[in-house]
Design a protein around this ligand. Structure first.
Ligand code: UDP
Length: 236
C-alpha cells in the first residue's frame, strides 16, 4: 500500500534544463525514470510542467516585451518540456498523454479534466502543458488548480537546489533550518515562501496539502508516495 493513490507533481522548468537554457535529455531521462517507478507502484500521476528554462514572461517584460505576449511564449515553452518528458516516460514503458491549455491538436489533447482522470485510472501519466492558457498566471497556480480539479491528494513541488522550506533563505542565512511540517497559517505569519501567492491561496482555501522537496534527492518521489517524510509538508 502506498501513502497516496493520486498525486500531482509540479516540475519547474529549471528541472528540465539542468540549470541552463533548453532541455537536457540526460536530466529529463533521469526524472522520467523516477516518475516511472511511482507509476509502477500503482499511484495515479499527473504532472504540471513549468517553462522557466525557456522564457519567463515577467523577465521578458522587463526587457521591453508586452507582458501578455511574453507570457504566451512562456506557456509555449512549457509544451516543449512536456514533449521531452513524454518521450522519456514512454522509453520507460509508461503510457502518457499530454494535455495543453492552448489547443495544439498535432502534439497534444486539449485539457479535459474528466479525461485526465480516466487516463490516470488506466495507469497513464497525464502531462499538463501551456499553463492555464492565460497570461499573468504561473504554473505553480496551475498545479494547485489541476490537483484540485483531478481530485489529487497532494501537490508534490519538486525544487532544484533546495530540499524543503527553511526558516530563512539558506543561501543567505547560515542559521536557517529546514522545517519538516508547516501549516498554511504559520507560513503566512512567518512570511515563508512556499509557492507563489495565488497557488498558495488556492491550496490553503481548499485544504490541498503541498510537499516541497528537492529533485536532487534521487528516488524522493517514490519514497514520498510510500509515506517517507521527505522535504516539507505544508497543510491546514
Ligand atoms: N505562464 C503564463 N500563464 C500560465 C503559466 C505560465 O503566462 O498559466 C507563463 C509565464 O510567463 C511564466 C512562464 O509561462 O513565466 C513559465 O512558467 P513558470 O514561470 O511558472 O515556470 P517555472 O518557474 O515553473 O519553470
Amino acid at each position: 500500500m502506498t501513502a497516496y493513490t493520486r498525486v500531482l507533481l509540479k516540475l519547474s522548468g529549471e528541472v528540465f534544463g539542468g540549470g541552463s537554457v533548453g532541455v537536457d535529455p540526460d536530466v529529463v531521462s533521469k526524472v522520467a525514470r523516477q516518475i516511472a517507478e511511482v507509476v509502477r507502484a500503482g499511484v495515479n500521476v499527473s504532472i504540471v510542467v513549468g517553462g522557466g528554462n525557456f522564457f519567463r514572461g515577467a523577465e521578458m517584460q522587463q526587457r521591453g516585451m508586452d507582458r501578455a505576449r511574453a507570457d504566451y511564449m512562456g506557456m509555449l515553452g512549457t509544451v516543449m518540456n512536456c514533449l521531452a518528458l513524454q518521450d522519456f516516460l514512454e522509453k520507460e514503458g509508461i503510457e502518457t498523454r499530454v494535455q495543453t491549455a492552448i489547443t495544439m491538436g498535432q502534439v497534444a489533447e486539449p485539457y479535459i479534466p474528466r479525461k485526465a482522470i480516466r487516463h490516470m485510472e488506466k495507469g497513464r501519466v497525464v502531462i499538463f502543458g501551456a499553463g492555464a492558457g492565460m497570461p499573468f498566471f504561473s504554473t505553480d497556480t496551475v498545479a494547485a488548480q489541476r490537483a484540485l480539479e483531478t481530485r489529487s491528494e497532494v501537490v508534490l513541488m519538486a525544487k532544484q537546489g533546495v530540499d524543503g522550506v527553511y526558516t530563512a533563505d539558506p543561501a543567505k542565512d547560515p542559521t536557517a533550518t529546514k522545517l519538516d511540517t508547516l501549516t498554511f497559517q504559520e507560513a503566512l505569519t512567518r512570511g515563508l515562501k512556499v509557492a507563489d501567492a495565488t497557488a498558495f491561496a488556492l491550496c490553503m482555501e481548499n485544504d490541498m496539502p503541498l510537499i516541497v522537496f528537492g529533485m536532487e534527492d534521487e528516488g524522493a518521489i517514490l519514497r514520498i508516495v510510500q509515506g517517507e517524510k521527505i522535504g516539507t509538508l505544508v497543510s491546514s
